[in-house]
Design a protein. Structure first.
Ligand code: PRP
Ligand code: URA
Length: 208
């Protein structure tokens, strides 16, 4: 199932708080970070472990550690930056790749304006972060860029997904799993998710 709706009560509660129309920039940022942490927790649940022996206070002790994972977090500019620190709180050694895409307000197509990827993408797990999966054009374009550079394990974390975007993502990239904190009703005529969060980038950056 490529799109996984995270049903954890903390996630559902926090998404509800994010929907308040008069939410402050500070509160929106804080909740976005908290939801990102919880999504990162869910999206990494299948990472394999290996045993290593460490010097514990009581002597040599076998402990678990995550086996050989190289991770890059990939925020889609701008709004994806709002989720970046939350994911890094959970995976502090991850490297960061950045993709700049802005939706054309008329066509709803993503317009590419920046990219900077870390090396060895063919060996890495990529965790793409973007609060909104609307038409999924931005997500599909980002996955295309990663696959063209050889990345094979690509996962996406979003806060709110529209059914239209889920269908498009599953069709374009059936191998990519996407964890979402909420699946909403539909897109309106302007391509905004209903009920949604409004313009997530504006709310994170305080630009409206
Ligand atoms: C928003 C959002 C996603 C995209 C989702 O970004 O953060 O990147 O739209 O829409 P889609 O699924 O139809 O592509 P936007 O382009 O508004 O830019 P911003 O992050 O700079 O606000
Ligand atoms: N981008 C947003 O920020 N919100 C939406 O509802 C759709 C795209």
């Amino acid at each position: 199932m490529p799109v996984i709706a995270v049903a954890h009560p903390l996630v559902r509660h926090k998404v509800g708080l994010l929907r308040e129309a008069d939410i402050s920039t500070k509160k929106f940022r804080e909740l976005t970070g908290e939801v990102a942490r919880l999504l990162a927790y869910e999206a990494t649940a299948d990472f394999p472990l290996e045993k290593v022996t460490i010097q514990c206070w009581s002597g040599p002790t076998e402990v678990d550690q995550i086996a050989g994972r190289k991770i890059t977090v990939v925020p889609i500019l701008r709004a994806g930056l709002g989720m970046l620190d939350g994911v890094l709180d959970m995976i502090p050694n991850a490297k960061i790749s950045v993709v700049g895409l802005a939706r054309d307000h008329e066509t709803l197509q993503p317009v590419h304006y920046f990219e900077k990827f870390v090396g060895q993408l063919e060996q890495r797990t990529a965790l793409i972060v973007d609060p909104m999966l609307a038409t999924a054009g931005s997500m599909i374009a980002t996955i295309d860029l990663l696959k063209r550079r050889g990345c094979k394990d690509i996962r996406a974390l979003v806060m709110v997904a529209a059914p239209e975007g889920i269908a498009a993502l599953e069709k374009a990239h059936p191998d990519v799993r996407c964890w979402t904190a909420a699946v909403d009703s539909h897109l309106n005529e302007d391509g905004y998710i209903i009920p949604g969060l409004g313009d997530a980038g504006d709310k994170i950056f305080g630009t409206k």
